[in-house]
Ligand binder design. Structure first.
Ligand code: NAD
Length: 293
């Protein structure tokens, strides 16, 4: 962050989560502010649930422009906000707060970020069928936003854990409130899983599988499950090539994506909400990853 840019007019944006020191978001946003000559600063604050009410109040007190929120605050923050945008209300979790003259509005940019990252690659999922694994924070945001934005059919799979009820809720909400047709499936039913992947335009994995400590695992291990013209999307971006992506490459799938684009675009969507400006995404990508891919 260039010192010459910080002065008595600098506008503060926060990130409220715990743990959070590892986050790439401060680097992402501060470099984007500097590149565009915007007089903003983005700082991370370690905020647990018990500190959350005072931290949210501080957004108003300090006249901050807003904040990101992450685990463990995405759902807990909702009662402290004045408004939610309609998609966020359906998703039931917030990752971005915007302060308009003391009125705090909550947004979720993960789902829009995922769709934008595919748009950037020339992939339009509107009007098509998606098979989706996962119904946690990422899976819920993706399912609801895709349904709202015109995906025609979504088959949602989850294993029999505490997120299965959330998967059920997502399916019910989508069928009730959108034109998309959603169906609920058990991940344990491998034959069903294989068939639903085979009949989809895109298979998206929004589970923790593929990410540490499950980095050597994939929900799909047989390349014959994956058509060459299927789009395969993994929300995980570390490691950059997940086990699922390796299986997809073995199968000869041409369009295989990790979650890096989604991560950058969810940040860019928040950046736009706060500043009204487009984040220079390619520039930020090179700063964060410097791998020219
Ligand atoms: P979460 O804890 O809210 O949800 C976890 C999901 O994974 C649930 O559906 C759960 O049932 C499923 N799951 C966990 N272990 C499993 C296993 N062994 N087998 C099958 N399913 C399993 O987590 P989240 O915040 O939704 O994150 C999910 C994934 O999305 C993570 O890999 C995370 O890195 C990724 N993510 C990426 C971005 C991005 O911008 N690219 C943003 C958010 C999350």
């Amino acid at each position: 962050m260039s010192l010459k840019q910080l002065d008595g007019h600098t506008i503060l944006i926060g990130l409220m989560a715990y743990p959070i020191r590892h986050s790439m978001s401060p680097t992402m946003h501060n470099h984007a502010f500097e590149k565009l000559g915007l007089n903003f600063a983005y700082l991370a604050f370690e905020i647990t649930n018990d500190k959350l009410p005072k931290a949210i109040e501080a957004i108003k007190t300090l006249d901050m422009r807003g904040s990101n929120v992450s685990m463990p605050n995405n759902q807990k923050v909702i009662p402290y906000l004045d408004k939610l945008d309609p998609a966020t209300e359906m998703i039931g979790a917030v990752n971005t707060i915007v302060n308009d003259d003391g009125v705090l509005t909550g947004y979720t940019t993960d789902g829009t970020g995922m769709i934008k990252s595919l748009d950037d690659e020339g992939i339009d999922i509107r009007g098509k069928k998606m098979t989706l694994a996962g119904a946690g924070g990422a899976g819920t945001a993706i399912a609801i936003q895709c349904a709202l934005d015109g995906v025609k059919e979504i088959s949602i799979f989850n294993r029999d854990d505490e997120f299965f009820q959330q998967a059920k809720r997502n399916v019910e909400l989508i069928n009730e409130k959108t034109d998309c047709k959603a169906t609920l499936h058990r991940l344990e039913d491998k034959e069903d899983f294989k068939n639903e992947i085979n009949s989809a335009y895109i298979y998206a994995d929004a589970t923790s599988v593929g990410m540490k400590p499950l980095e050597d695992q994939s929900l799909v291990n047989d390349p014959s499950w994956l058509r060459k013209d299927l789009v395969v999307f993994d929300t995980v971006y570390a490691p950059r090539t997940t086990k699922l992506m390796e299986v997809a490459q073995k199968a000869g799938v041409k369009q295989v994506f990790d979650g890096l684009g989604m991560m950058l675009e969810q940040g860019a969507a928040a950046f736009k909400l706060w500043t009204g400006e487009d984040m220079p995404v390619d520039y930020i990508h090179n700063i964060l990853f410097d791998d020219n891919d």
